[in-house]
Design a binder for this molecule. Structure first.
Ligand SMILES: Cc1cc2nc3c(=O)[nH]c(=O)nc-3n(C[C@H](O)[C@H](O)[C@H](O)COP(=O)(O)O)c2cc1C
Ligand SMILES: [Mn+2]
Length: 519
């Protein structure tokens, strides 16, 4: 079972030897980040049942709880989702593949043949629809209410992740002239693990996205949502009417929530519904105190406020999950109207940077859970992997069973049209016998099977906002490599050689006789 709150999750992790408490006093600026970075690159306590063949699959260290952070009374939790095992516990599943099977059952219900099978499937089929969020009158997240001047973000232990974060004089800026002239500079401190709650002005749809939030002052922040994400889409509607958009940042809550905030659900599919499905029970919501929004009742801390369409701030730079700084640029201002929290709250945060980091495991959860959903759009995909070196949007390995000439290219184009997968900069398509979870195996077939001028497909389109190599922000090119065995109809192709492997009889013979050889 997934758990109801962050505090409960930390207690559970502690009981399983998965939590390290740091009692000595630490700085919120850089020190926590440097420790978390180092820990996330060490082996994780529990093994995992995942199919990932990357050496990173075994890493992640322990979750960390910093009990004494300078400048704040609130402890900081980090790396709580930073291993396969911990992500699975948070999502209440023994393995991501088993969770993917539950999703598969939802999206493509196989026609049950017997009554017994029908009965067995029914509960799962009903679940996605049967756990919409539920409004409750009170919640732990409002045990303490700080409104107006009492609400002071500087008293929360917001961390600075990397040395140049928020430093406009570092040269890490989109437009040097604009950066020089800004009157209001942000700090290096960010909210990094919050669920950003907004509502669609027209449809009323609720959205939760995980977007970083830069601290500017006690009640002022900058909202870094990418233009392709739902928070930004909601905001554009408010801006068109020149209206202020209510927004709440919820920290903690049901353990499925942070993951759901990162999940690439299509616009209009509410994260809260998906969370109810993963949680096996409705997420309870309470009404905010100062804005017309609802937030998870079991949150540790909630920051309420509004985004002002009339005000932009120079947000960034920020050390990002690409391993590079994302450059400072204009983003909207968020004004805080209240901070509410439970008694003795814990502040959750994360850092991103060169993988593996905590977000690697969140991304891998998405890779597995969304395979059944991706298949509804591109049924040709047998399996896929987002390799660690591609930091998710940069690269995808795709496995197909080739059925006609240029099949691989059709799959590439389908992916370049599929939600957030459309940002994939490098796609490598391989045949069925290749293990897409094994980077070596994929690269071997890429290098061996491609004639670069014949087997590549280059297209132009929207790219990830964080891609720094593209000629303009969010606009660039993408390449697909057809690393499948080529067919005569696919251009100038000579007799394609068979890939070598030992015959089964001999392999079995050798296995049987292995000890006789004196090994
Ligand atoms: C740790 C972490 C930090 C993230 N930071 C941001 C961010 O600052 N801005 C952003 O637009 N997306 C960010 N993302 C990605 C979004 O959370 C993700 O794409 C999500 O699906 C967006 O949801 P939406 O489509 O409902 O907007 C982050 C993801 C993770 C795991
Ligand atoms: Mn969304």
């Amino acid at each position: 079972m997934a758990m109801e709150s962050l505090s409960e999750f930390l207690k559970f992790l502690d009981s399983q030897g998965e939590l390290h408490r740091v009692k000595t006093s630490v700085e919120a600026k850089l020190e926590i980040s440097a420790i978390a970075d180092r820990v996330s690159k060490t082996p994780a306590p529990h093994g995992n049942k995942e199919i990932d063949k990357s050496p990173a699959a075994k890493l992640g260290g322990k979750a960390l709880l910093f009990e004494s952070v300078k400048g704040s009374d609130i402890p900081v939790a980090i790396n709580t989702f930073g291993s396969y095992w911990r992500v699975c516990q948070a999502l209440g599943t023994p393995s991501l593949s088993e969770l993917a099977e539950r999703v598969q059952a939802l999206v493509k219900p196989e026609i049950p043949t017997t009554l017994l099978e029908k009965m067995k499937k029914l509960p799962d089929l009903l679940k996605l629809g049967s756990f919409p969020p539920k409004t409750v009158r009170s919640g732990i997240c409002q045990q303490v209410i700080l409104e107006g001047d009492q609400a002071d973000l500087t008293r929360l232990p917001l961390i600075q992740c990397w040395p140049l974060d928020g430093d406009l004089s570092s040269g890490q800026v989109m437009d040097a002239a604009a950066a020089q002239n800004v009157t209001e500079r942000g700090t290096g401190r960010y909210v990094t693990f919050g669920g950003i709650h907004t509502r669609d002005l027209e449809t009323g749809d609720r959205n939760i996205g995980m977007y970083r939030v830069q601290l500017f002052g006690p009640r002022k922040c900058a909202m870094h949502w990418h233009m392709h994400h739902d928070g930004a889409r909601h905001f554009r509607k408010y801006r068109a009417r020149n209206a202020k958009m209510p927004l709440a940042i919820a920290l903690g809550g049901e353990t499925v929530l942070p993951y759901c905030a990162t999940a690439p659900l299509p616009p209009g599919i509410e994260e809260l519904l998906f969370a109810g499905f993963l949680n096996d029970g409705a997420i309870e919501l309470v009404q905010c105190r100062t804005i017309d929004l609802q937030v998870p009742a079991n949150s540790e801390i909630v920051i309420e406020g509004y985004v002002d369409p009339a005000e932009q701030l120079m947000e960034g730079p920020f050390g990002d999950h690409t391993g590079f700084y994302s450059l400072a640029d204009w983003y909207p201002a968020f004004h805080v109207t209240a901070i509410t929290h439970r008694h003795d709250p814990i502040y959750p945060t994360t850092i991103v940077g060169k993988p593996p980091m905590e977000d690697y495991f969140l991304g891998k959860a998405t890779e597995r859970i969304f395979l059944p959903l991706l298949r509804t759009i591109v049924p040709d995909i047998i399996d896929y992997s987002l390799p660690i070196s591609g930091v998710f949007h940069n690269c995808a390995f795709i496995k197909i069973r080739k059925e006609y000439p240029y099949h691989a290219r059709r799959v590439m184009h389908a992916i370049w049209g599929a939600g957030q997968m459309s940002f994939t900069k490098f796609i490598i398509v391989v045949d069925e016998q290749v293990d897409v979870q094994d980077e070596q195996d994929v690269l071997f077939h890429l290098f061996a099977n491609c004639d670069p001028s014949r087997d590549t497909e280059i297209v132009r389109g929207p790219v990830d906002i964080l891609d720094h190599a593209s000629p303009a922000t969010g606009v660039g090119s993408k390449i697909g490599f057809d690393a499948t065995a080529k067919w005569p109809a696919e251009g100038s192709v000579r007799t394609w050689p068979a890939e070598m492997s030992m015959d089964t009889t001999t392999r079995e013979l050798v296995s049987r006789r292995w000890s006789e050889y004196g090994f």
